[in-house]
Design a protein. Structure first.
Lengths: 647, 338
């Protein structure tokens, strides 16, 4: 076997806060061979980013390596002085982080930031700029001269991440660390970046460490995989084996919690009960045992489980899964009987002052009692603006919003009748931003109860709300910061439910949550909806998730409805080209499935006509005029000239 | 950009008109006019004599009319002659044209401000950057404590302390140095800056400059430190570190410009503050600058001079505002071409 590029053995990392020391990583071992891509997956808080920072020697003031060794190209790099580390950074190991928007200096031009890398290694300025130009071409960015002269704020997130990758590659590093490189990006942009990384990896034969919470992404790009749980590796092995035959119950649970585009539809992802223990609060035995359906009391909760290495796989489990252990898939959720129309939106328009294009350019749809309508699209498509107008948080420029036949478009939320407010409630995307950090969550839900219900029985109502969202009533006394992300989102849901809404608008309610928690929150929303016969308007960018929970789907792009119809019809041909691009961009959690090449939607914006024409692989002459929404089947409409019957 | 400057200039003109009218109205309130009549005529004038004096000197005409004459948009006794035409009236204290008095005192204060800014800004920025480079380090804590102390000490306290330490023949370090024969005179520095009106030397100017700079530097250093701390925690600083950039280059090339955006506005706001804040220091060190003149004008009910001072103050405030906005745009590319 050839020497590994990176060899981490028994690494332990601890963080010291004001009051105590917390172990973030425990005897973590992994190795990356030449030209090999190792995936490191785990939920937030599992310590995966800590691994990257430990390798880069950038743990920060509170972090400290407590044990183990990190060898890079055979040389121990732990404990090296800062000067020696600096020569390894960049040239030896480069890193791309997850926030492209803030990873580049806002007051330096792109060219200066890129050229800095070769100049650090002794290249003269002119040569450095030429290399920077070349690097931009390598990451498929058009018009490199304009890019070099740009400031970071003039570019999109996808472009900035490509520049960050170009910057990392400029020093020709032996190892590239990618820490959630696509998490902050739209799905189609993400797919483009992953595609780029794969090609670059093949071309340069570079070793890479790919850190992600997204198993689907990892499947497509990695050779081997390590799964991290509460600071420990629980399973590692070649990617195909890990996906087709996971042995650790946690790996299995992660895979089952993932919404998939393949397999039977209308099967919401399987939730993973409980949450990951905090680093200093691990149970005595296996860290995963309290959440593990497969654990055996007396065996798994007894003492720490060692990592057993067999060949190129490793496993930290006393009761590994066999194939036979995998439970049968659950029965698909039956579609609801279509109820009456409760919410009708007609030709809604929103112009933001100073912007040339409207944020919402004439959107019409119905929502019926008891159904789930998904609104799908990427950032900037107007889906959140639409939700805010329906809620009365934003005024519309034109059009009508009919709640039970009554037009409420012109009424901001504070002037709406109480019945309309309680009928329409919203669950927000980021629960940490929408809860007051200074008050207990119980008091915040109680506030909503007080607004909508008479004084008697309020305490019982609060208790029942906590029960409905499956939170222990003891949590009511906590502040938002003392809850996990999933718990906070449940509080957000409880607050919305306090009004007993008939229509619940959920704006990306799970996109900030880990896969397992995401599945649990989705299951909760669907249960509540079924029990109450309420309408759920579920705004999301994730078609794989939408496939399993929505009855109807509306696809938006740049303020326009591109396609709307029953879920099965929208996700099957005939497609709108944009729906097709969204589908192709969903990562498939199966390493053996060939991946379609995703077209990079980068062309310059073309004013007028079909808004998608710049990114459309099927563009033709007539796209210069805006196509109408055409009915292709009952209830299924597509806005494309190529649609049969359209144009 | 040109449109922006024009808009700001227009706004500035409007503000200047409003403010000067306010000052004009306040100085022309009836009790003040009576006081003026008595100080110009005789302290024992009767009410009737005051009224006839005011009538003779034209003070009983409508306020707007007199404001228009003062401004130079309405014809007065000798045609259009007001602020716009360059005729700012005569100072009753100095028996000189207001323009001459203002020019003299502004030159004096200009030199004081020049030296203060020259000493204060680089020191404050350097200390702020040094403290903010590593938040919570010993350097940071020492510098922060010092900055808070100097800012919390009023100028009339620090001025007196500085005089006692450096410019007293009986206290501080001067007697010691004098005994050792290290200085020629009896004191190391001079406690009065009156000779600086003719020639500025280190001995006569060091103390007033230090007194003002001490106070302002602490404030600017605190602002710079806060901005620097925030910038050093940004992901792009980590990006630079992980590129292998040296610590010096990180601070100099990546952090500094970003960290200067916030303190820049503060520094420019110090200029009008200096102009009016020099009152204490100029009085303390007997330096006949703008602050001293302002005190004389107010104390002696010299209305023309007071109005002149307020015009200058308004113009300086508004000019620094424009420069601050333009500089902000120059430092922060995100504000350009939006």
């Amino acid at each position: 076997m050839t020497d590994p590029v990176l060899d981490i053995r028994d690494l332990g990392v601890a963080f010291t806060t004001r009051s105590r020391t917390v172990a973030a990583l425990r005897d973590l071992s992994c190795r990356i061979g030449p030209a090999e891509v190792l995936g490191l997956v785990g939920e937030s808080g599992s310590g995966k980013s800590t691994v990257a920072l430990a390798i880069m020697g950038a743990l920060g003031p509170g972090g400290r390596v407590t044990a183990g060794s990190i060898r890079f190209q055979g040389r121990e790099i732990l404990g090296l002085p800062e000067r020696a580390l600096r020569s390894i950074r960049g040239r030896g190991i480069a890193m791309v982080g997850q926030e492209p928007m803030s990873a580049l200096n806002p007051t330096m031009r792109i060219g200066a930031q890129l050229a800095e890398v070769p100049m650090l290694h002794g290249a003269p300025r002119a040569q450095a700029l030429a290399l920077a130009r070349q690097a931009l071409a390598e990451v498929d960015l058009p018009d490199p001269d304009r890019m070099l002269a740009s400031w970071p704020h003039q570019l999109s997130g996808g472009q900035l991440q490509r520049i960050a990758i170009a910057m990392a590659l400029l020093a020709r590093p032996a190892l590239l660390i990618l820490d959630e490189p696509t998490t902050a990006l739209d799905v189609t942009v993400e797919a483009g970046i992953v595609d780029l990384l794969k090609r670059l990896g093949r071309r340069h034969g570079m070793a890479a460490l790919f850190i992600s919470h997204n198993l689907g992404l990892v499947a497509g790009i990695c050779d081997r995989l390590s799964v991290l749980y509460a600071g420990e590796v629980v399973e590692s092995g070649p990617v195909a084996a890990m996906f087709h035959r996971p042995r650790h119950p946690y790996t299995n649970a992660l895979l089952r919690a993932l919404p998939r585009l393949d397999g039977p539809p209308r099967q919401p992802p399987e939730p993973l009960p409980g949450s990951q223990p905090l680093a200093d609060d691990r149970p005595a035995g296996c860290s995963f045992a309290p959440r593990c359906a497969h654990a055996r009391p007396g065996l798994c909760d007894h003492q720490p489980v060692p990592l057993t290495v067999t060949g190129d796989s490793a496993l930290r489990c006393l009761r590994p899964l066999d194939r036979a252990d995998t439970p049968a898939p659950t029965a698909p959720r039956p579609p609801p009987a279509p109820g009456r129309v409760v919410l009708r939106v007609e030709d809604l328009v929103k112009h933001h002052g100073g912007m040339a294009n409207p944020a919402v350019a004439g959107v019409s749809f119905d929502a019926r009692a008891g159904e789930t309508l998904a609104i799908v699209g990427e950032s900037g498509c107007g889906k959140s603006t639409l939700a805010r107008m329906v809620m009365g948080l934003d005024g519309a420029t034109g059009g009508r919003i009919l709640l039970d036949g009554q037009d409420i478009q012109h009424l901001p939320v504070e002037r709406r009748p109480a019945a309309a407010i309680s009928a329409l409630q919203m669950v927000f995307q980021n629960p940490s931003d929408t809860l007051n950090p200074a008050r207990t969550v119980g008091a915040q839900v109680m506030r909503a109860v007080e607004l909508f219900h008479p004084p008697q029985g309020r305490a019982e109502r609060l208790a029942s709300l906590f029960e409905q969202v499956r939170l222990s009533p003891a949590l009511a006394r906590r502040k938002p910061a003392q809850l996990s992300g999933g718990q906070r989102q449940r509080i957000g849901i409880a607050r919305a439910l306090a009004a007993e809404p008939r229509i619940l608008v959920a704006d990306e309610p799970v996109s900030a949550l880990d896969t397992g928690v995401q599945a649990a929150v989705v299951a909760l929303l669907l249960d509540l909806q079924r029990q109450r016969g309420a309408t759920l308007i579920f705004i999301s960018h994730d078609l794989a998730l939408v496939r399993h929970l929505a009855d109807r789907v509306m696809v938006m792009y740049r303020g326009l409805v591109m396609e709307i119809g029953p879920t099965e019809a929208v996700l099957a041909p005939p497609f709108h080209p944009y729906t097709q691009a969204l589908l192709a961009a969903v990562p498939v959690p199966d390493p053996t499935v060939p991946r379609p090449r995703v077209p990079a939607a980068f062309g310059p914006e073309i004013p007028g006509g079909c808004p998608f024409q710049a990114g459309c692989p099927m563009r033709e002459g007539r796209c210069a005029s805006l196509p109408p929404l055409v009915t292709v089947a009952p209830g299924h409409l597509i806005r494309c000239h190529r649609t049969p019957g359209g144009g | 950009m040109a449109g922006f400057v024009l808009r700001r200039l227009g706004g500035m003109l409007g503000t200047a008109l409003c403010l000067t009218f306010l000052v004009f109205w306040l100085t022309n309130l009836q009790p003040n006019l009576e006081k003026l009549a008595k100080s110009q005529g005789s302290a024992r004038m009767s009410d009737a004599e005051v009224a006839s004096w005011l009538d003779r000197n034209g003070y009983d005409r409508p306020l707007a009319l007199r404001y228009g004459e003062w401004l130079g948009v309405l014809p007065g006794k000798s045609g259009f002659s007001g602020v716009i035409q360059g005729d700012w009236g005569r100072s009753s204290v100095f028996h000189l044209p207001v323009g001459t008095v203002l020019a003299r005192s502004l030159t004096a204060t200009g030199w004081l401000m020049f030296w203060v800014l020259l000493v204060m800004v680089p020191t404050a920025l350097a200390l702020g950057v040094l403290a903010g480079m590593r938040e919570g380090s010993r350097t940071d804590r020492v510098l922060s404590a010092a900055a808070i102390t100097t800012t919390a000490t009023p100028e009339y306290v620090s001025g007196v302390v500085l005089v006692a330490v450096f410019a007293s023949a009986t206290a501080g370090i001067s007697p010691l140095l004098s005994d050792l024969g290290l200085i020629e005179g009896r004191t190391l520095l001079q406690a009065t800056a009156s000779t600086a009106m003719d020639e500025i030397t280190f001995r006569n100017f060091a103390l007033p400059v230090a007194t003002i700079a001490l106070y302002g530097a602490g404030y600017i250093a605190r602002m710079t430190r806060a901005a620097m701390v925030e910038v050093m925690a940004q992901p792009y600083i980590r990006t630079a570190r992980l590129k292998g950039v040296s610590p010096f280059r990180i601070v100099w090339r990546h952090a500094l410009r970003n960290a200067l955006i916030a303190p820049f506005t503060v520094i420019l706001l110090q200029v009008p503050w200096l102009l009016n804040g020099v009152v204490i220091v100029e009085t303390l060190f007997a330096y006949k600058g703008f602050g001293w003149t302002l005190v004389q004008a107010a104390g002696n009910n010299d209305m023309n001079l007071l109005l002149g001072c307020s015009v200058v103050a308004v113009l300086v405030v508004l000019t620094t505002q424009i420069v601050s906005d333009l500089g902000h745009v120059a430092l922060n590319p995100r504000l350009r071409g939006a």
